[in-house]
Design a protein around this ligand. Structure first.
Ligand SMILES: NC(=O)c1ccc[n+]([C@@H]2O[C@H](COP(=O)([O-])OP(=O)(O)OC[C@H]3O[C@@H](n4cnc5c(N)ncnc54)[C@H](O)[C@@H]3O)[C@@H](O)[C@H]2O)c1
Ligand SMILES: O=C(O)C(=O)C[C@@H](O)[C@H](O)[C@H](O)COP(=O)(O)O
Ligand SMILES: [Zn+2]
Length: 359
C-alpha cells in the first residue's frame, strides 16, 4: 500500500493511503500499537452520517468508540466547540488512557487535534481525513487549532498524530464544490516543489470523485518532506506551505466563516501571490498562466467577490503569523517548483494584488 513516512524523531508516524482502509481501522490501530487506548471519534454531522458506521463497525463488539459530532462547516472550528467536545468526552468517562480519532475534513482534523493537545494535558490522536484538503494537507504536519473573529487559526498547538489513515473511497460522498476546493492545496504543493506534478493533476477528471492513491501519496510526500525540515516553522522552510495563504486567509476571514471555503480562498490567494511573484521574484507570466489554468480546471474561483472590501482583507491579513516585528514575510515563486520567503513586499503591494483579483 502507498505509505508516506513522516520522520520527526519520537513524533514520527506513517500516512497509509489505500481504498477501503476505513473499514480496517481497528486492525490498523492494533498494528501500530494503539489498541490499548479507549477511542473517542470526533466528526461532523455530514461526515458522520456517511462514514462513522463503517469506522465503528471495524471495532467489533470490544472497545467500542464513543462518537462526538459538531455541525459541519468552518464555523465549528471554534473555541466554544473545543470546550463542548472536552466536556462531552469527560462526561463519557474519557481520560489519559483515551485517544481521539478525527474523522472528517480539515475542520474536524484541526479541531479534534487541538482537543487532543489539551485534553487531560494531551492525549494521542489519529487522523482519518475525508476531503482532498485534509488528505493531502491538513492531516499531516501537526498544525491544530481554531479560528477567532480576528483571524484564521490564531489559537492552536503543534500536536502530531500517531497515524494517518487515508481512504480515497471516502471522497465519493463529497459534494462537487468541496471536492474541487481541495485541489488548491494539492496545486500549491506542486507549485512550490514539483512542476511535473501539475501535469499529473491535470489528468484528474474534476467531475469524478476518483483520485489515484499513488498520486495522493506523492502529493502528501511533498508536505511531509517540508514538515520534516522545519516542524515548528522557525526556519522559513515550512512557511513555504503558506504559499497563497497570506491574502487567502485574509479573504477567508473577511466573510463569516464557511461562506468561502478554505481552498477557494487559497485559489484567490495563489492568484494574488503569482501576481506578486512576477513583480518581485521574476516569475514568468506563462508559469503563472499554467497554474491559473489548473485552478480553473477544478472550477476554483480566481475573481474576488465584490462584497469583500480590500480594507477588510488588509485588516484580517495584518495578523498573519508569518509577519515578524511588523515586517511582511511573503511567499513567492521564482519559477514553478522554486518557492522563497521574501521581505520586500510592502502593504501597498498587497493592496494592489487584492485589486488585481477584481479584474
Ligand atoms: N492543519 C493544517 O495544516 C491545515 C492545512 C490545510 C487546511 N487546514 C484547515 O482545514 C479546513 C478546511 O478543510 P476542508 O476543506 O476539508 O473543510 P471541512 O472539514 O469543512 O469539509 C468541507 C465540507 O465537506 C463535508 N465533508 C467532509 N468530508 C466529506 C465526505 N467524505 N463526504 C461528504 N461530505 C464531506 C464536511 O461536512 C464539510 O461540510 C480549514 O479550516 C483550514 O484552515 C488546515
Ligand atoms: O502545514 C502548514 O504549515 C501549512 O501552512 C498548511 C496550510 O495549508 C494550512 O492552511 C495551515 O493551517 C496554515 O497555517 P497557518 O500557520 O498560517 O495557520
Ligand atoms: Zn491551507
Amino acid at each position: 500500500m502507498p505509505t508516506v513516512q513522516v520522520d520527526l524523531d519520537d513524533r514520527s508516524y506513517p500516512v497509509l493511503v489505500e481504498n477501503g482502509l476505513l473499514s480496517k481501522t481497528a486492525d490498523l490501530l492494533a498494528q501500530h500499537g494503539l489498541s490499548g487506548l479507549r477511542p473517542a471519534i470526533i466528526s461532523d454531522e455530514a461526515v458522520s452520517r456517511y462514514h462513522s458506521k463503517t469506522l465503528i463497525e471495524s471495532f467489533g463488539a470490544g472497545n467500542s468508540p464513543t462518537l462526538h459530532t459538531v455541525p459541519s462547516g468552518e464555523a465549528s472550528k471554534s473555541i466554544s466547540q473545543v470546550e463542548n467536545l472536552c466536556r462531552e468526552m469527560i462526561r463519557a468517562g474519557h481520560d489519559r488512557r483515551s485517544m481521539i480519532i478525527a474523522l472528517g475534513g480539515g475542520v474536524v482534523g484541526d479541531l479534534a487535534g487541538f482537543v487532543a493537545s489539551i485534553f487531560y494535558r494531551s492525549i494521542p490522536f489519529v487522523q482519518i481525513p475525508t476531503t482532498i484538503v485534509s488528505q493531502v494537507d491538513s492531516s499531516v504536519g501537526g498544525k491544530t487549532g481554531v479560528n477567532v473573529a480576528e483571524g484564521k487559526n490564531l489559537l492552536g498547538a503543534f500536536h502530531q498524530p500517531k497515524l494517518v489513515i487515508v481512504d480515497p473511497e471516502t471522497l465519493r460522498t463529497l459534494p462537487a464544490r468541496e471536492f474541487h476546493e481541495g485541489f488548491a492545496e494539492a496545486i500549491k504543493h506542486a507549485a512550490i516543489r514539483d512542476a511535473a506534478m501539475l501535469d499529473d493533476l491535470l489528468t484528474i477528471a474534476p467531475q469524478k470523485r476518483d483520485v489515484p492513491a499513488d498520486l495522493l501519496a506523492r502529493n502528501i510526500a511533498i508536505k511531509a518532506r517540508v514538515v520534516e525540515s522545519d516542524e515548528y516553522e522557525t526556519k522559513d522552510i515550512r512557511a513555504l506551505l503558506n504559499f497563497g495563504h497570506t491574502i487567502g486567509h485574509g479573504i477567508e476571514a473577511s466573510l463569516p466563516y464557511g461562506q468561502i471555503l478554505h481552498g477557494e480562498a487559497i485559489s484567490l490567494g495563489i492568484r494574488a501571490a503569482l501576481h506578486i511573484s512576477e513583480k518581485h521574484s521574476g516569475l514568468q507570466p506563462e508559469h503563472s498562466t499554467r497554474i491559473l489554468d489548473l485552478l480553473g480546471h477544478f472550477n476554483l474561483p480566481l475573481t474576488l467577490p465584490e462584497s469583500i472590501a480590500t480594507a477588510t482583507v488588509m485588516e484580517k491579513l495584518s495578523r498573519d503569523k508569518k509577519f515578524k516585528s511588523g515586517k511582511i514575510r511573503f511567499v513567492t515563486l521564482s519559477e514553478i517548483g522554486c518557492a522563497h520567503v521574501i521581505d520586500s513586499v510592502s502593504l501597498s503591494d498587497l493592496e494592489e494584488a487584492i485589486h488585481h483579483l477584481r479584474g
